[in-house]
Design a protein around this ligand. Structure first.
Ligand code: GLN
Length: 544
């Protein structure tokens, strides 16, 4: 597109959790399908500098970008929908904004001025929004503002949007996402909360251009016109967003509602190519019309909160679609698993995935799950802590190191088979001390990993402090656990696999971050295939 970058803001009203991330990603997908370049940014109003230190119970998964930023899980949706990597610049928190402003103040950059929310904080916010546009590669920058309009925390962000809209005029547009609650007693959808929410936004000086109304039921006749009248928007700019069967339907539903056309026209883009959503529709067909099904046991300690494993869940679904299989995930709580009940919990699973994690809680259960998978030849996929537990399990039960452990769990173990890298030891601060982002990995010939990736050199994203302890490598390889992927710089073990097993892979990195609708991850595809071959008839060895 010729001309300057256009900025689209997505705010939310009425309640949180309306799906601003999915609406943003869906609009971006539609614009991308018309040949435009788009990126999506998330502004998070909390004071944490990044979500890396947030408990998954509070905020779900922490998504890691190629350049090693620990970010909000919405960035995962952006990447899965667009198949374009995001970066540190795509997620900004209030903590980071203030940290930057305070550092500038300490360096004397404000020349003795009183540092204030307006203009210093708002200027910093605007600089972060425009930094993506200044790259000169995007036709559209979509900026999603976390939280709900009216929250104290989001005020500076709304003010920054007001200022940018004023300065940029037609190059800016605001989409406000609201809820139409359904009253069962009268059988009606109600528009009043939407009206109030728009009033709240107006009181902050921002007139929304487009309203996306989340609703469980179809909007009644005349409702769009009524909302349009009360909220100063065009009736065609009131978009119905009905609850969808899957998040991957949302771009198509938004296309039916012409969200992208309305946005383009309002931004003064009057000629645009038709959308090519062929590949997307093909994915949905394979996803919705599977030819078979497979059951995967996912062992983790946050299973009551599925958002903690968002990217893994999505990667399994992408891999299911690639294989035209419905993947059923059985969420298994690692803290509940024991040698006695492991067969009961995992007996029906054709593949076992052991999830990443931090801290000792639940690791003994993870180790039991791995022992079960190894002994019963059930396809096994261990990710990060899941891989480390596979190394511990092998150390204890095959090599006979009774107290084998990671020094994260037991600093005094006599067999520290997983330990901290030398260069990490001196760092005391929790935030930003990990091996983060994309690192190179070389795959060994004659390995399952190389067979899966079909190449020798790969890169994958990391997020951990501890590593396989190379002092034990020879003993492991001799006993049948092979290091099949090695980081060429640090000689760190990135992948382990078992020779004497149909499909047993542990990876120190996080392949789930790289899986997208357009490119499901080869490891997940192969794992689902292996589970399919295995079927579900697994001998129930242990006592139930
Ligand atoms: N806790 C482990 C480490 O820090 C694994 C981290 C993870 O699973 N992401 O090395």
């Amino acid at each position: 597109m010729t001309g300057s970058t256009k900025y689209i803001f997505v705010t939310g009203g009425v309640t949180s959790s309306l799906g601003k991330g999915i609406i943003s990603a869906s609009l971006a997908k539609l614009l991308q399908a018309r040949g435009f370049t788009v990126t999506i940014q998330k502004l998070d109003p909390y004071i944490n500098v990044d979500p890396g230190t947030l408990n998954p119970y509070e905020h779900g998964e922490c998504f890691v970008t190629e350049d090693g930023a620990e970010t909000d899980l919405d960035l995962g949706h952006y990447e899965r929908f667009l198949d374009v990597p995001t970066s540190k610049a795509n997620n900004v928190t209030t903590g980071r904004i203030y940290q930057n402003v305070i550092s500038k103040e300490r360096r004397g950059e404000y020349l003795g001025k009183t540092v204030q929310v307006i203009p210093h904080i708002t200027d910093e916010i605007k600089a972060h929004i425009q930094a993506l546009g200044r790259k000169g590669i995007y036709d559209f920058v979509i900026t999603e503002v976390g939280g709900t309009v009216g929250d104290i925390e989001s005020l500076p962000y709304i003010e920054a949007i007001r200022q940018l809209k004023w300065a940029k005029g037609k190059d800016c547009l605001t989409i406000h996402l609201t809820l139409l609650p359904y009253l069962g007693t009268t059988g009606e959808l109600k528009t009043k909360p939407t009206q109030h929410s728009v009033k709240e936004l107006l009181s902050l000086g921002v007139q929304p251009d487009v309203l996306v109304c989340r609703t469980e039921h179809p909007m009644q006749k005349g409702m769009k016109e009524k909302i349009a009248l009360f909220c100063n928007v065009d009736a065609e700019a009131v978009i119905e967003s009905r609850d969808a069967e899957t998040i991957y339907d949302v771009p198509l539903l938004m296309q039916q509602e012409r969200l992208d056309e309305v946005v383009l026209k309002k931004l003064g883009v009057n000629t645009f190519p038709d959308a090519d959503l062929g590949a997307w529709k093909d994915f949905i067909r394979r996803y919705k019309e599977p030819k078979g099904e497979v059951h995967i046991g996912l062992v983790g300690k946050y299973v009551e909160l599925k958002d903690a494993y968002k990217s893994i869940k999505e990667a399994l679904e992408h891999a299911g679609a690639a294989n035209e299989l419905k993947v059923h995930i059985k969420w298994v709580h690692s803290e509940k698993l024991t040698a006695k009940n492991v067969a009961k919990h995992l007996g029906g699973s054709a593949g076992i995935l052991v999830a990443p994690g931090f801290g000792h809680r639940g690791i003994e259960g993870k180790i039991e799950a791995i022992k079960y998978a190894r002994e019963n030849k059930v396809p096994f996929f261990g990710i990060c802590l899941g891989m480390q537990c596979a190394v511990i399990e092998f150390g204890r039960n095959v090599l006979g190191y009774a107290d084998a452990n990671s020094t994260e769990m037991n600093a005094d173990t006599t067999h520290p088979v997983i330990a901290m890298m030398e260069e990490q030891k001196s760092i005391a601060d929790k935030g930003g001390t990990m091996r983060l982002g994309a690192y190179a990995c070389k795959l060994e010939d004659d390995s399952l990993a190389k067979q899966v990736y079909r190449k020798r050199d790969i890169t994958e994203r990391h997020r951990h402090r501890y590593e396989f302890n190379n002092a034990y490598l020879k003993s492991y390889e001799k006993a049948g656990m092979m290091a099949s992927g090695i980081n060429p710089q640090g000689k760190l073990v990135e992948i382990v696999e078992l020779k004497d097993h149909p499909w047993f892979i542990g990876v120190q990195f996080h392949p789930e971050y790289r899986s997208t609708v357009a490119k499901p991850h080869p490891l997940f595809i192969a794992f689902v295939q292996a589970a399919m071959k295995q079927g579900v008839a697994i001998p129930l060895k242990a006592e139930v």
